[in-house]
Design a protein around this ligand. Structure first.
Ligand SMILES: Cc1ncc(COP(=O)(O)O)c(C=O)c1O
Length: 394
């Protein structure tokens, strides 16, 4: 059974908002999705009913937090089909998840990290500033180039799954297999794939997988770092402190088992519990349905506007991302005009992928990103407004 956006939209209070008598049309979900009432209620439940810390207190409220956190971790395990709940580390976003690996993975001088040429800054800068390792780059999506850049020194392949810039995807299953045959570890930046397609971690066999809660209906400032148990256990201590050790003396310490040893200090309990509810919600509507719905919307926009705008990618599969330019208009101008004319909210700029735009002598793009709560009618309005914009220019 497919999904019913009209019915699901009722779960999103923000979608009742009207500006100048017109509804808002939110097409910036690649940045942050909207949140359903179930997630908002879950966050409120934490603050109203058990607003205390987890994993420390023996009292009833503390125990309730522990139960809710354990529940959330189980939801993540099931959703991503991982082996163990403790393979999920709570972070504040994809950026932090990747930084943990960049700083905690045991590198030796001469090691190399291989990334694509379409990485978000959060999977680029860590490797640029890291001393003693080489940072190599292959052309996104190009398996032959990927193979040719993989060397015996490649300790880690750190690669984006779906690009936030144009919605295209790397063939990561194939890449993971090739990397493992080369004895390289693999970290997947799943910020734009986890919310939009099924991720089966057992089948994919990635060593690490990073994603952001706020891009998948969760509270802002939430993220996950998945790591295979043996890989997480093998990381160097990086962020350490309260909750990461079972005990310590003035000169010694004894680490806690996973996941605690990688989750220092008090956590964003409301965020984690809210993210559990968000992932449960996504699981119920099924990622396959979301993927199909987004593809339909994107096809409709592409069929109508493919010759009207300059698309960054004409690839058939671009998830829910429609990234484009219009001659003689800057991306920011396009975004402001759409917002002013019809409350259409899109993103504009370099989308933190400056490196790719620089390579192609471009400054950026306008990017509409659709999710399951977007409707065909909204796409019709988007098409109409873009055509009007274009007409004014000629
Ligand atoms: C592909 C990709 N990677 C990483 C990030 C960084 O995510 P966050 O800002 O949540 O850390 C984003 C955010 O847009 C992204 O789209």
């Amino acid at each position: 059974m497919g999904l019913n956006p009209e019915k699901l939209r009722k779960d999103f209070p923000i979608l009742d908002t009207k500006v100048k008598g017109r509804p808002i049309i939110y097409m910036d979900s690649a940045c942050q999705t909207l949140r359903p009432i179930q997630v908002i209620n879950k966050i409120n439940e934490y603050y109203n009913e058990y607003p205390v810390c987890g994993d420390r207190s023996q009292h009833k409220l503390g125990k309730r937090v522990d139960e809710e956190i354990a529940k959330a971790r189980k939801i993540f395990r099931k959703f991503f089909n991982a082996k163990h709940s403790e393979e999920f580390i709570f972070t504040k976003n994809t950026t932090e998840s990747i930084n943990i690996i960049a700083n905690a993975l045991k590198f030796k001088p001469g090691d190399a990290v291989l990334c694509s040429d379409k990485e978000h800054n959060s999977n680029l800068l860590q490797w640029q500033i890291k001393k003693d390792i080489k940072h190599n780059i292959f052309e996104f999506g190009n398996i032959e180039d990927f193979k040719s850049k993989l060397t015996k020194n490649t300790r880690l392949v750190s690669v984006v799954h779906t690009s936030n810039m144009d919605g295209t995807s790397n063939p990561i299953k194939e890449m993971i297999k090739i990397a493992h045959d080369n004895e390289s570890l693999v970290l997947i930046d799943g910020a734009q794939s986890a919310p939009h397609r099924e991720i089966n971690l057992k089948k994919l066999d990635a060593d690490f997988f990073a994603c952001s809660g706020h891009k998948m209906l969760g509270p802002s400032g939430t993220g996950l770092l998945f790591g295979k148990k043996e890989q997480l256990e093998n990381l160097n201590p990086f962020l350490v402190g309260g909750g990461t050790v079972e005990e310590s003396t003035y000169t010694t310490h004894h680490w806690e088992p996973l996941p605690n040893r990688i989750e220092p200090g008090l956590q964003n309990y409301a965020g984690i519990i809210g993210l559990g509810e968000a992932v449960h919600y996504l699981d119920k509507i099924r990622l396959k349905n979301i993927q199909k719905h987004e593809a339909n919307l994107n096809k409709k926009a592409t069929d109508a506007l493919g010759d009207v705008v300059d698309l960054i990618s004409k690839d058939q599969e671009r998830a829910g991302i429609f990234s484009f330019n219009i001659k003689n208009l800057t991306p920011h101008n396009i975004a402001i005009m759409l917002d002013n004319s019809a409350n259409i909210m899109i993103r504009s700029g370099a989308h933190c992928v400056h490196s790719w735009f620089n390579k192609h002598n471009m400054t950026g793009s306008a990017r509409a990103s659709f999710y399951f709560y977007n409707t065909e009618e909204e796409i019709d309005i988007f098409i109409e407004e873009i055509k009007k914009l274009r007409k004014h220019l000629t």
